[in-house]
Design a protein around this ligand. Structure first.
Ligand code: NAD
Length: 694
């Protein structure tokens, strides 16, 4: 008996209950208690079999990851599992809630498994940059089809009980009281004289090609990540080595990953994503406003995608446009998007029609009188947005949230147009809004706390990852991106070509290089913004966008026009190098009197990355971003930043802020005033601190 694990007996069945709320994490106390109670159970002469169950809401949902990186206190989980596996009495794991990671590995050390119908099992270690290191890679492929085991280990996906039953991970599903059913199952096993059933003794036969296939898929879906490759190796070992050798080798691979920079970054991101939902002055129990009906202004690129988010979550949405034609076009695109999902087999036709039925088109604001939230996604123009918010103020019911999807305009100014600025907020979606996971929740000066809290809840309802940010031009993500793009453009003029810059950043881990991104998003978008901002531009700073402007003047907007920084023949999305673009770049350098030079990939990566983190430092200084880790979440969810490097702020810390500052100072001398070390960066370096505290 221990504080964390308890032993008792019912009839002839011993019951071991883990009690370490909230998720029964397998910390040291639990591990020690598990062994103590097993000894008690095996010594109990009245007990013929043992049931292992989690108290509260779940079976152990994993290791205690706060113990990662600390010296391991004995017993470690592997010792526990071996003890259970070698127990003199059959052990039945009774699973409810989530048996994940070490939790599932512990269950695999038992002889039989029964799961509540709503339980889920999984080995999500790969998402933390590690592999199941307590026998999971050796036992699961012995218990079930090795290809299915490999898939579970590589995706980290949670498998619901009915599917786990089909796969053979659990032996029985309980739809009633789990403990009662587990005891009954144990009694049946005892009565039928069922033997011990150790997974380690089971045979394994795996086709060699499943490993080749897995490597091909991993190269595509998890390019640059180490953990999937070592997971594959571990399962391959299970098929080719003895159980004990495979287990030993699993540990070697586990240790290698655990101490790697990649896993450090991925574990940091795991916590960053939990932290981002905590806003210091908004308590968890802040009352929320109900969102049962929504409105969207504008059925263009963003409005259509935003509206789909609501329909996907079952929330009816009214879309307001200025003409029937625009409305029909917008609704037509929505339908086409759903048709594409149906064609891929990811949505049934019925479900699609149900979703389509949730849209109401309108040419006036009357339909918005009873909505709980409106998101404005009309043209990016202050006068227009002010007019719209004036109308919304008059039309919408009291308590409705009035949101704007503006990417650059001052939300405080928009809010001032209403008599209820406390209800006004920015909800900055990313394009395509029905696909991109990121949502920046922009808290304006007067936005009320319950509006922010409701927006955060809404973002979860529609499946987004959100971060709360403050008002400034470009908010967090795009303001940083501007500095990054400035560097990409400067590098062009100094001697690099788009394909070299894109390749250097892609190889470093970004999902796409900056020029490929611009061609995808449309070069005209930033061109229009540059022209609008031209009057306010600081003429003392170099202007690196000359080539980009020239391309736009020729109508080279990117993929949608078949050419941009690259050529896209016949509607293809594959970029081809265009010698005309290279020639234009070389000519621009000559016109500006810049002697082109050889530029290394290392310089490209450094300059683009430092540009991001340096602006990130300003954003922290100004309080626009709350935490460096929030910025990293934004860059992971919205910009294709490689998760195995954390985010731009974590990556800067990994380089060392003193090194980064020294480099930036040198860049200022070499490349001019586009480089200005952030005061906050200087302060951190002076104090010997870094961005993330890692
Ligand atoms: P868009 O031009 O594709 O669509 C705007 C739509 O609004 C058009 O269909 C237009 O007819 C409609 N509209 C204009 N005035 C209206 C009014 N008074 N009432 C109702 N509808 C009206 O533009 P977009 O790319 O969807 O951008 C919309 C907003 O989202 C802008 O504020 C933009 O800055 C922002 N945004 C755009 C992106 C992007 O990548 N496109 C990303 C984030 C935010």
């Amino acid at each position: 008996m221990s504080e964390f694990v308890r032993y008792e007996r019912r009839g002839n069945i011993g019951i071991i209950t883990i009690n370490n709320p909230p998720v029964n994490a397998l910390g040291h106390g639990v591990r020690a208690g598990l062994i103590g109670c097993l000894e008690e159970g095996t010594a109990d002469e009245q007990a013929s079999a043992l049931v292992l169950i989690g108290g509260g809401r779940t079976f152990p949902a994993g290791a205690d990851i706060t113990e990662f990186g600390k010296p391991l206190k004995s017993p470690d989980l592997r010792e526990d599992i071996v003890r259970y596996e070698n127990s003199s009495k059959p052990v039945i794991a009774a699973i409810h809630g989530n048996a994940l990671g070490g939790g599932l590995e512990l269950a695999l050390g038992c002889d039989y498994r029964i799961g509540n119908v709503k339980a889920r099992v999984g080995l999500p270690e790969v998402t933390l940059g590690i592999l199941p290191g307590a026998g999971g890679t050796q036992r699961l492929p012995r218990l079930i089809d090795p290809a299915a085991a490999l898939d579970m280990i590589l995706t980290g996906l949670f498998v619901p009980a009915p599917k786990a039953l089909k796969l053979g991970i659990i032996d029985r599903v309980s739809e009633g009281d789990l403990l009662e059913d587990a005891i009954k199952y144990a009694e049946e096993l005892v009565a039928s004289g069922a033997e011990r059933r150790r997974i380690r003794d089971m045979g394994i036969e795996a086709e060699a090609e499943i490993f080749d296939q897995a490597r091909t898929v991993a190269a595509k879906r998890a390019r640059g990540f180490d953990a999937p490759l070592l997971c594959i190796q571990a399962v391959e070992n299970a098929a080719s080595m003895s159980f004990d050798d495979g287990l030993r080798e699993e540990r070697v691979l586990f240790e290698k990953l655990l101490t790697s920079d990649q896993s450090k970054a991925q574990r940091y991101m795991f916590f960053a994503e939990r932290e981002v939902g905590k806003i210091p002055d908004i308590p968890k129990d802040t009352p929320l406003r109900e969102i049962a009906k929504a409105g969207v202004i504008g059925a263009g690129t963003m409005g259509g995608g935003i509206a789909m988010n609501f329909a996907n979550a079952g929330i009816p949405v009214t879309i307001v446009e200025t003409s029937q034609e625009a409305l029909d076009r917008g609704l037509g695109i929505i339908r086409k998007n759903y048709e594409a999902t149906v064609a891929k087999g990811r949505l049934s036709r019925d479900a699609m029609e149900q979703r389509m039925a949730l849209f109401t088109g309108s040419l006036d604001y009357d339909g918005l009188s009873d909505v709980d939230i409106v998101i404005e996604a009309a043209f990016e123009n202050m006068a227009l947005k002010k007019e719209i918010f004036g109308k919304l103020d008059k039309t919408c019911k009291s308590g409705a949230i009035l949101a704007t999807n503006t990417s650059t305009l001052d939300i405080d100014e928009i809010a001032a147009e209403t008599d209820r600025p406390e209800d006004v907020i920015g909800l900055h979606f990313f394009s395509p809004a029905n696909v991109m996971r990121l949502l920046e929740i922009v808290r304006a000066a007067k936005t009320s706390k319950d509006v922010v809290a409701t927006a955060m809840k809404l973002s979860r309802t529609i499946g987004k990852v959100s971060a709360v940010v403050g008002v400034c031009d470009g908010f967090v993500g795009n303001r940083m991106l501007h500095a990054y793009m400035d560097q990409a453009m400067s590098l062009l003029e100094e001697g690099a070509l788009p394909q070299q810059i894109d390749k250097a950043l892609y190889d470093w881990g970004w999902a796409m290089g900056p020029f490929a991104v611009m061609d995808l998003a449309g070069n005209d978008v930033s061109w229009r913004i540059r022209r609008e901002k031209a009057p306010d531009r600081d003429r003392n700073l170099p202007y690196p966008h000359t080539v980009a402007d020239a391309l736009c003047e020729e109508g080279r907007f990117g993929q949608k026009t078949g050419k941009g920084w690259y050529l896209y023949s016949d509607g293809s999305r594959t970029p081809d190098i265009d010698p005309a673009v290279d020639a234009l770049i070389v000519k621009t350098s000559a016109d500006k009197g810049i002697a082109r030079r050889e530029i290394s990939d290392e310089e490209i990566v450094k300059r683009c990355m430092y540009a991001l983190a340096n602006v990130g430092a300003d954003l922290l200084d100004e309080g626009i971003a709350l935490r460096a880790s929030d910025i990293d979440v934004i860059y992971n969810a919205g910009y294709g930043f490689p998760r195995y490097r954390g985010g731009p702020m974590f990556a800067a810390d990994s380089v060392g802020l003193d090194t980064m500052l020294a480099d930036i100072k040198r860049f200022r001398e070499d490349f001019g005033p586009l480089w200005r070390p952030s005061k906050y960066l200087e302060k951190l370096v002076a104090e010997g601190r870094n961005f993330t505290g890692q």
